[in-house]
Design a protein around this ligand. Structure first.
Ligand code: ZN
Length: 200
């Protein structure tokens, strides 16, 4: 990596925001393994445009992009290219971020959650949106079964597994290390993620 490369550690059960230039590559590493990361991408020049999971599914006619395909914003315009997947390839674009109401429904009050971590991290970067968009749930192992059942299984990613995206416009990226510890999602052991940002 050259002098413009940088890294952001997202501690367990927390979120971070960082700015990325057009053309830069963001590599997200599951440092210890079995850890889901919720990812948001917001257009830095127009906060009213962000990565939309539903519009990405619509434009690609797929549940999740393949490497070489792009995530789109809610106007169908590409915002980030999925360039590499060095993981078992299990990711989700159906679930919302975990949130206080979900934990409360399981009797867990004041539990850390990706929804609130997104709001705090986005605000730290000067981004306030009218809604919390549905995130890209990296490494989340919850592919639909043939009958439509959605079982969230432990993330299949091993320590050091990663995915990479190339930003197609200047963006604010928010990444949360998912806080779920009462369900197998993160193998009941929340751990950090690492984002490496640099020239493609
Ligand atoms: Zn979460």
């Amino acid at each position: 990596m050259n002098e413009t490369a940088r890294s952001v550690t997202v501690p367990a059960r927390q979120g971070r925001a960082f700015t990325v230039a057009a053309g830069e590559l963001v590599t997200i590493v599951d440092v210890e393994g079995h850890q889901v990361g919720d990812l948001w991408v917001i257009d830095a020049a127009d906060h009213g445009r962000w990565l939309s999971t539903s519009h990405t599914r619509d434009r690609l006619d797929r549940m999740f992009p393949r490497p070489g395909e792009s995530f789109t914003d809610q106007f169908g315009a590409p915002i980030a290219e999925f360039t590499a997947d060095d993981s078992p390839g299990r990711h989700d674009m159906l679930f919302p971020p975990c949130n206080r109401w979900l934990y409360e429904s399981h009797g867990l009050v004041d539990h850390p959650n990706c929804h609130d971590n997104f709001l705090a991290a986005a605000a730290s970067a000067g981004v306030t949106l009218p809604v919390v968009p549905d995130p890209v749930n990296l490494f989340q192992n919850s592919a639909p079964e043939p009958d439509g059942t959605l079982n969230v299984l432990p993330a299949a990613s091993a320590a050091g597994d990663s995915v990479a995206l190339r930003l197609l416009r200047p963006a604010v990226v928010v990444l949360t290390s998912c806080s779920v510890d009462n369900w197998p999602t993160n193998n009941k052991n929340c751990t950090p993620l690492l984002a490496l940002i640099g020239p493609a």
